[in-house]
Ligand binder design. Structure first.
Ligand SMILES: Nc1nc2c(ncn2[C@@H]2O[C@H](COP(=O)(O)OP(=O)(O)OP(=O)(O)O)[C@@H](O)[C@H]2O)c(=O)[nH]1
Ligand SMILES: [Mg+2]
Length: 388
C-alpha cells in the first residue's frame, strides 16, 4: 500500500487549526478533512500500488497556510441561521451589536416595516409586492440568499407559489410570534440610469404590533419589541406602513384595531422626536376587495377617497396620521380577486402593489422608477395633439 508520508503531519495541523477557529472555519476544516479521508480510503480499499500518483502535490504543505487565510475559505460551507428567534428580547449587548451591524453601509439599506393587528393582511401584502416585483417590474429581482435564513427562503418561495397558483402550495399561516422574517430583495432596474435598490421587507407578527399598546393585564406591554426598535433607531432608511383591515371585528376583551395603530404611531412619534428624524409612512386600507363589496356605501359617501374613508372609519388614528405630514399616503389596497371558499387568489391585480412599490422606490432613491414626461415631451405631445 502506498504510504502518505505527510498524512499524520497534516491531520495534526488541521486539528490544531480547528481548535483555534470559529464555527465557520471549523466547518471548512472539517470539509478539508473529509476530502483527505476519502482520498486515503479509496487508496487503501483498492490496495493497489500506484507509483505514478504524485501524492506530494496533493498534500503540498503551503495548502495549510491557505486554509488559515480567509481569502481561500470555501464559501459554500457558510453556516446559515435556521430562523430569527425573537422569543426573548435582545440583551443589551445583542442590541448594541445589532445596531452596529445595521449602521454599516446604512445609507444603502432600505427597510420596510408593516404594523397592524393579527390577520390584517401584512404577510399577503408583502407577498403581493414581491409577486409584482418578480413578475412585472422591469429589472432583475432576487432574494439575497447570503442574508437570508432558511425559514425566510422558505417563506419567499411559499409566497410566490401562492401568487403563481401552484397547486398544493403550502398555505400561509399566521406569522409566528416567536420569530420574524427579513426578506432581503435586490433590485437592479433594466434602465441603467435608475439606481439599484436593496430593499428589506420585515414581516413581523401582529401580536408584536399589539404589544405596543399598554394594558395592565399584559406583561411587558406598552412597547415595541426591541428587534424592531433597533431598526427604527438605526441609520438605515426605513419606511413604515400601517395596515388597517375594516373587515376585522374587534374582539370582546381584545385590543381594538384603532388602538393598536395609535399605540404604534405614538411610539414612532417618540423615536422621531428623540432622534430628530422622519419616517415616510403609508396607511394601507387592506383587503379593499372586501371594502368594495361589504362597505361600498361608506366608500361612495366619501367620494371614493381613501383618506376621507379612513377619517370616517378610524378618526382617532387617521386624524393625527394625516395631520402629521401632507406626505403621508393612503390607498385602498387590493391585490386581486380572492376565492370565497379558500385562501386562494384567483386573479392578480398589479395596480396597488405597483403603486406601493413606486412609492417605496421614490422615497428610497429620490428617483422615480417611471420616466415622468418632461416639459419638452409635454409640449411635443401637445403639438402632435396627444394628451400627456
Ligand atoms: N379577501 C381578501 N383576503 C385577504 C387579503 N389579504 C389577505 N387576506 C386574507 O387575510 C388573512 C390574513 O392575512 P395575513 O397576511 O396572514 O395577515 P397578517 O397581518 O400577516 O397576520 P399575522 O401574521 O397573524 O400578524 C389570510 O387568510 C388571507 O387570505 C385581501 O386583499 N383580500
Ligand atoms: Mg403575517
Amino acid at each position: 500500500m502506498l504510504k502518505n508520508p505527510y498524512k499524520n503531519q497534516k491531520i495534526e495541523k488541521l486539528k490544531s487549526n480547528e481548535e483555534g477557529n470559529d464555527s465557520i472555519d471549523s466547518v471548512d476544516t472539517r470539509a478539508e478533512l473529509e476530502v483527505e479521508k476519502d482520498t486515503v480510503s479509496t487508496l487503501s480499499t483498492e490496495g493497489k500500488v500506484l507509483p505514478e500518483i504524485s501524492l506530494p502535490k496533493k498534500v503540498d504543505i503551503p495548502e495549510f497556510t491557505q486554509i488559515k487565510d480567509s481569502k481561500y475559505k470555501a464559501r459554500s460551507h457558510k453556516v446559515r441561521l435556521e430562523k430569527r428567534d425573537v422569543s426573548e428580547e435582545l440583551t443589551q449587548d445583542q442590541y448594541h451589536e445589532r445596531l452596529t451591524e445595521l449602521n454599516i453601509n446604512a445609507e444603502n439599506k432600505h427597510y420596510v416595516l408593516f404594523f397592524g393587528q393579527p390577520a390584517s393582511g401584512k404577510t399577503w401584502i408583502i407577498g403581493s409586492i414581491l409577486h409584482y416585483m418578480k413578475n412585472y417590474l422591469e429589472g432583475m429581482v432576487y432574494l439575497d440568499a447570503e442574508k437570508t435564513t432558511e425559514s425566510e427562503e422558505e417563506l419567499f418561495y411559499q409566497l410566490q407559489d401562492c401568487f403563481n397558483g401552484v397547486i398544493g402550495a403550502k398555505t400561509l399561516t399566521s406569522t409566528d410570534t416567536k420569530q420574524y422574517f427579513e426578506l432581503h430583495i435586490s433590485f437592479t432596474p433594466r434602465d441603467s440610469s435608475k439606481p439599484p435598490m436593496n430593499i428589506v421587507f420585515i414581516d413581523a407578527s401582529g401580536e408584536h404590533s399589539e404589544g405596543g399598546f399598554w394594558s395592565r393585564h399584559r406583561v411587558d406591554s406598552g412597547k415595541l419589541p426591541n428587534y424592531l426598535m433597533a431598526i427604527l433607531e438605526s441609520k438605515v432608511n426605513t419606511k413604515l406602513t400601517f395596515v388597517y383591515d375594516q373587515s376585522l371585528q374587534d374582539e370582546k376583551g381584545g385590543i381594538p384595531q384603532v388602538n393598536v395603530l395609535n399605540a404604534v404611531f405614538t411610539h414612532i412619534q417618540n423615536i422621531q422626536n428623540n432622534q430628530k428624524k422622519f419616517f415616510p409612512k403609508a396607511l394601507l386600507l387592506s383587503k379593499a376587495d372586501r371594502i368594495f363589496t361589504n362597505d361600498y356605501s361608506t366608500v361612495e359617501r366619501n367620494g371614493y377617497d381613501p383618506m376621507n374613508y379612513a377619517l370616517e372609519k378610524i378618526p382617532a388614528f387617521a386624524n393625527s396620521f394625516f395631520n402629521e405630514s401632507p406626505e403621508n399616503k393612503t390607498i385602498f389596497y387590493r391585490m386581486g380577486t380572492f376565492s370565497s371558499n379558500s385562501d386562494l387568489i384567483l386573479d392578480f391585480d398589479k395596480e396597488c402593489p405597483e403603486r406601493l412599490f413606486r412609492w417605496l422606490y421614490k422615497e428610497g432613491t429620490k428617483v422615480s422608477i417611471v420616466n415622468e414626461p418632461t416639459c419638452w415631451d409635454k409640449f411635443k405631445a401637445w403639438f402632435k395633439g396627444e394628451s400627456k
